[in-house]
Write a protein that binds this ligand. Structure first.
Ligand code: ZN
Length: 570
């Protein structure tokens, strides 16, 4: 199962991509009204367009200063910065001439549109965002880009909505013009149905918003103002509705578990993914999951659960071990407790995580080295997920033993969640203080060891009385060449390891390759073969091999015979 799942919030923290924040200096908060006009879709060619117009009631820039901004690349995903057309900015004096300046190219960098003269007052911005379903050359990333399917469009704002450069607060309103999509088209977003007011706040809320419009399928079929609603376009290769009914039930259960006050709008979006099916991404009050023709809806359940958990486990700290660790720790456990997943499926999920973690030759990498190497190597990228989950399992076991079963890690997560809701800072210091409160210095020691890269080893009974630990075998993930060969737009093989499966399959240094899978998922599946479309001397051909190296011992858990499912729940 794919674990290529990142919340935009944690990505932002990871790569320090920020839009300048700051309190408004105007007496009245200016308005920013965004109108989205999806155009007609060319279904056969997978092409479409989204015309974007916004009006800011007050926007200022001196001549030569940046007025607008958009990332060029975010999380290994190209935005429309290079493909947008017809950008026109006007104010009361007419068209504003623009020049363009890019930040230095990096894993994440932005483009800035500079005003060639002073701008002051009401400003209108118009442009066309093209939509093209061609799989990106860059490879796998979160499903942010605009896509078209089933006669509609979807995408995340961070790839197609230019924002004011200065991060003033705005009263943001979203308006839709659906005439171009024909009859039967509706629109929804992370903030609710059709035209919605986001209220006062940063304009970059639009960046973490999912937008979808067209002849959508919905579950429940009637969409209310509040609560859960799933949306998808076109026909899925599996029965989507029962899966979304399941997701709706899980949302109700989790809302109680995480003590959600009220019943705010909550959106689940599903869409096709040509390169990283099964992946998802959590966004504001919503998440997006993806599928392809091979997707087994049972496998999608842990992704749905994982992304939903992110809704309640945001934090203010650095690093991904908390958010991703909690999400992986709970992704099968909570559906299991809710009666929505079998004990066997829960066990399989524990073992997938454990196998990938214990067979990872880089599992001793300290946490503070992960951010810089995150996109270099999937073996680094999965660590916050896998190590984080086994850390929380270890913490849970220690708390249960120390409290004679009266308390668990749930109590600490609930307290972190309560504080965040109350507007308090929930960061690493807050977490460690809670840990020390439960476990004394042993809690701090475990935490320090985890951050330093020590192996996390839950006790045999730490996943509940139904399961016990054993030693199994797994083969290490081994691409057979320097993993950094796969970073960036053009992927040129270097550092080929003589005798590796890649070498034996015919791959050579200097080959230029493309592929249509997420390495994180390949790494997690012992039997999955990798196909690299390889170009050498003007010829392109596939090279397929099993990217595995030496066999090593890994901890696994197995069912204890004679204990009923009902007694399993840790
Ligand atoms: Zn996640």
């Amino acid at each position: 199962m794919s674990l290529f799942v990142l919340s935009r919030r944690s990505l932002a923290a990871l790569v320090a991509w920020t839009v300048l924040g700051g309190a408004s200096v105007w007496a009245e908060t200016p308005s920013l009204t965004v109108t989205l006009r999806p155009g007609a879709v060319d279904v056969a060619r997978g092409l479409g367009r989204m015309d974007v117009q916004w009006v800011a009631s007050d926007l200022k820039a001196k001549a030569g200063e940046p007025l607008l901004t958009l990332p060029v690349v975010i999380a290994n995903t190209d935005t429309i910065a290079d493909t947008l057309t017809g950008l026109v900015v006007t104010d009361s004096r007419g068209v504003v001439p623009l020049t363009v300046r890019d930040d230095p190219a990096a894993l994440v960098y932005s483009r800035h549109w500079l005003a060639a003269r002073d701008v002051d007052g009401e400003v209108t911005v118009r442009y066309r965002a093209p939509i093209d379903n061609t799989p990106p050359r860059r490879g796998s990333g979160p499903p942010y880009s605009l896509r078209t399917e089933g006669g509609g469009v979807s995408g995340v704002g961070n790839t197609f909505i230019l924002l004011p450069e200065v991060g003033t607060d705005y009263r943001v309103a979203l308006r839709w013009d659906l005439a171009g999509l024909g009859e039967g088209a509706r629109a929804t977003s992370s903030y609710g149905e059709g035209d919605v007011d986001l209220g006062q706040g940063a304009a970059d809320r639009l960046s973490s918003t999912v937008f979808m419009a067209g002849p959508m399928h919905r579950e429940p079929e009637t969409v209310g103002d509040a609560g859960f609603s799933a949306a998808w376009l076109g026909e899925t290769p599996f029965e989507a509705r029962p899966l979304m009914v399941w997701t709706h039930r899980l949302h109700g259960w989790m809302s109680r578990f995480f003590a959600e006050p009220g019943d705010p709008p909550y959106r689940v979006f599903m869409r096709f993914n040509p390169i990283n099916a099964g992946g998802g991404v959590a966004l504001t009050r919503s998440f997006l999951v993806t599928y392809n023709a091979q997707t087994n809806p049972e496998d999608l359940k842990t992704t749905l659960s994982h992304e939903m958990i992110h809704t309640w486990t945001q934090w203010d700290g650095r690093g991904q071990w908390y958010g991703e660790g909690v999400a992986v720790y709970y992704q099968a456990l909570l559906p299991f407790r809710a009666g929505l997943m079998s004990a066997d499926a829960y066990l399989a999920d524990i073992n997938d995580t454990a196998r990938r973690y214990y067979s990872n030759p880089l599992n001793g990498t300290p946490d503070d080295q992960i951010a810089a190497r995150f996109w270099d190597d999937s073996r680094i990228r999965v660590l916050p997920y896998d190590r984080g989950a086994l850390y929380f399992a270890t913490v849970n076991g220690m708390i249960r033993r120390a409290s004679d079963g009266a308390r668990s890690v749930d109590d600490l997560i609930a307290e972190m969640n309560r504080r965040r809701r109350a507007g308090e800072t929930v960061d690493e210091a807050a977490w460690v203080a809670l840990l020390v409160g439960e476990l004394g210095e042993a809690g701090r020691d475990l935490h320090t060891a985890m951050k330093a890269g020590a192996l996390m080893t839950p006790e045999p009974g730490d996943f509940g009385p139904c399961f016990t630990r054993e030693v199994g075998k797994a083969r290490r993930f081994e691409l057979g060449f320097d993993p950094r060969s796969l970073v960036g737009d053009v992927k040129t093989i270097r550092g080929l390891i003589p005798g590796s499966a890649a070498d034996q399959a015919g791959l050579r240094n200097g080959d230029v390759v493309t592929y249509a899978v997420a390495m994180d998922a390949v790494q997690g599946d012992q039997t999955r073969r990798l196909t690299l479309q390889t170009t050498r001397d003007g010829r392109t051909f596939p090279v397929t091999y099993l990217p595995r190296g030496e066999e090593v011992d890994v901890y696994q858990w197995r069912r204890v015979q004679g204990v009923a499912d009902a007694a399993c729940k840790p």
